[in-house]
Design a protein around this ligand. Structure first.
Ligand code: NAD
Length: 357
């Protein structure tokens, strides 16, 4: 998993530190001595689900802020995907640049498991930045409220293929809205960030007949461009490539007052969380007539897959459900057009309606 800047804001959240959460626990682990924060934003629609982030924060304020706003973003993500889940998030706070020994890591994960268990099922954890499905096995020694365990242990495993499937579905919905057809044949797409999700988005688009340009800060990723026979753009120029679709699949906050004026594409739809540096960037995109697929809708494939664990995991059922992201996206665009607002506002309204219901 990538390491985004610790303080990158989620796009769903313009009131970064508003306290409208149901629970917030702060604990110092008795084994590791590390602080853990678990924020339960909402259980209105079901138990709160959200990953466990292990990250080096400059101070406790930053870590707390991440737990508060990321848990709120999870409430919105699950509500728009119509999942029977609320929003929560866990943070294990380490120091910047610190690397834990395997004993310290295990101790921190066991401590975190105790914190999760203390919430009696109101929060279910899963992997996130800095944790893996292997770590979930350790946490599971202390609590049953863990999702995303490896497949051979009955969990749903790596969410990335499902996230990529959902992103493809979102891209197709955008193409349908803008060009009148969801076909990707001969559409040009630039995929920026070729990690777990981006590399799969690239392969899916290539299979669907799109003309691709790929980009990553890691030069080793050029191999994928060679394998797929696609073009390559240096990362500093990737946002300015003239294409039908820009798919940001790396870090957050890539769209801001400086980058949006330089875009040369009618569609932005990708996996990266928190693509907008602030909510007002959604207006800037609309002014430039660029259709933006709200990230927390486009990248919900992973959580939709995890949610399948709640009633006995079935990968085929998960895939069917993830493909519906395209329909949800089209509804959001229709609502935005009818109300004369942005897709971001329409998606937020949909989430609020579901929460109110
Ligand atoms: P990853 O760490 O596997 O891949 C990220 C890739 O982006 C890496 O190859 C990295 O070299 C590249 N990168 C970093 N900065 C870059 C830059 N400035 N320009 C170009 N490339 C750059 O991460 P991932 O799991 O593929 O996740 C990608 C994004 O999708 C993240 O924002 C993540 O929060 C979001 N997301 C992932 C999932 C999932 O299932 N993994 C689910 C929802 C959202």
């Amino acid at each position: 998993m990538i390491k985004p800047r610790a303080a990158a804001p989620p796009s769903t959240d313009s009131h970064l530190e508003t306290l409208d959460h149901e629970d917030l626990i702060v604990r110092r682990g008795r084994r590791s001595g590390l602080y853990t924060f678990v924020a339960v934003h909402s259980t209105l629609r079901g138990p709160s689900l959200g990953g466990c982030r292990m990250w080096g924060y400059l101070d406790s304020h930053e870590a707390l802020r991440d737990a508060l706003r990321l848990s709120r973003a999870m409430t919105y993500k699950s509500a728009v995907a119509d999942l029977p889940l609320g929003g929560g998030k866990g943070v294990i706070m380490t120091s910047p640049g610190a690397s834990l020994t395997s004993e310290q890591r295990t101790a921190a994960l066991l401590d975190f498991g105790d914190a999760v268990e203390s919430l009696n099922g109101r929060y279910i954890t899963a992997e996130d930045v800095g944790t893996s499905s292997r770590d979930m096995r350790v946490i599971a020694e202390r609590t049953r409220n863990v999702a995303g365990l490896p497949r051979r242990l009955g969990g749903s495993g790596d969410p990335s293929p499902f996230t990529a499937l959902g992103v493809e579905s979102a891209i197709r919905a955008c193409c349908e809205h803008v060009f009148g057809s969801g076909s990707l044949r001969e559409r040009s797409v630039v995929v920026v960030g070729l990690g777990h999700v981006g590399s799969r988005v690239a392969r899916r688009c290539a299979r669907a007949g799109a003309n691709l340009v790929l980009s990553d800060i890691d030069p080793r990723k050029r191999r994928l461009a060679k394998d797929l026979g696609t073009g390559w753009a240096p990362p500093e120029r990737a946002l300015e490539v003239e294409v039908d679709v820009l798919a940001p699949c790396a870090l957050g906050a890539v769209l801001d007052q400086t980058t949006v004026p330089r875009l040369r594409c009618p569609i932005v739809a990708g996996a990266a969380n928190n693509q907008l540096a602030s909510d007002s960037v959604a207006d800037l995109l609309a002014e430039r007539n660029i259709l933006w697929a709200p990230d927390f809708v486009a990248n919900a494939g992973g959580i939709i897959n995890i949610a399948e664990e709640l009633h006995g995991y079935d990968a085929a059922a998960a895939r069917l459900r993830v493909r519906r992201i395209g329909e949800i996206m089209l509804d959001i665009f229709d609502h935005a057009d009818a109300a004369g607002t942005t897709p971001l506002m329409a998606a937020m309204d949909l989430a609020r309606q579901r929460l109110a219901a």
